[in-house]
Write a protein that binds this ligand. Structure first.
Ligand code: GAR
Length: 216
């Protein structure tokens, strides 16, 4: 059965766009029921409007604390009865109550090869560390920030002339491949978060998740 997806954003929403494009191309057995942003100016809301997807703004600054904001998000999101919640550049730390509520059906994308470089400034940190490769990871969200089990990774090489900006662009392009792919696998009931770990077609994945070969 087609899956119901809700996407949470804070900004440009280029990953949202990549997922919408993959749905339009028939690659994903699902549809985006709503897009929710914690920022009114997020360009991703316009992308949702253009695609005639309900676009909701719920500004965290209008709430007294994290708990009440997350509770308000849950009330909005649950109206759409989602099978999958996709964090696509949603730049808010979520409460344990929110994460538990969507356990096993909450995806995030992070611009590093987790478990390396949790948090911010991942590209700069990878360059400064002298790494030869970098990338991005789709993972299931748990209460530990950027710490949930890894589903899909895509790698890029760090070349001698790369700077933070060029590396960010390379990683972003790979995000637009691995995120729709992870959503596709989930919607086909191939990818699952189990007690034992992440499974793909019923087989337990290694800790770093499925490594998607990207031709650059
Ligand atoms: C993406 O690069 C994503 O990996 C990052 O925000 C960007 C959103 O871009 N997310 C995080 O850093 C989460 N920790 P987009 O709005 O164009 O999809």
């Amino acid at each position: 059965m087609s899956k119901r997806i809700v996407v949470l954003i804070s900004g440009s929403g280029s990953n949202l766009q990549a997922i919408m494009n993959a749905i339009d191309a028939g690659q994903i057995n699902g549809r985006i029921e709503a897009v929710l942003s914690n920022k009114a100016e997020a360009y991703g809301l316009e992308r949702a409007n253009n695609a005639k997807i309900p676009a909701i703004t719920l500004q965290h600054v209008d709430f007294d604390d994290r708990e009440s904001f997350d509770q308000a998000m849950i009330e909005q999101i649950d109206q759409y009865k989602p099978d999958l919640i996709v964090l696509a550049g949603f730049m808010r730390i979520l409460t344990p109550a929110f994460v538990r509520h969507y356990q096993g059906r909450l995806f995030n994308i992070h611009p590093s090869l987790l478990p390396k470089y949790k948090g911010l400034h991942t590209h700069k940190r990878a360059i400064e560390a002298g790494d030869k490769e970098h990338g991005c990871t789709v993972h299931f969200v748990t209460e530990e920030l950027d710490g949930g089990p890894l589903a899909v990774q895509g790698k890029v090489s760090i070349d001698v002339d790369d700077n933070e900006d060029s590396l960010q662009k390379k990683v972003h392009a790979v995000e637009h491949i691995i995120y729709p792919y992870a959503v596709q696998l989930f919607c086909d009931d191939k990818l699952a978060c189990t007690e034992q770990g992440i499974t793909l077609d019923g087989q337990l994945l290694p800790a770093q998740g499925y490594q998607l070969e990207i031709r650059q």
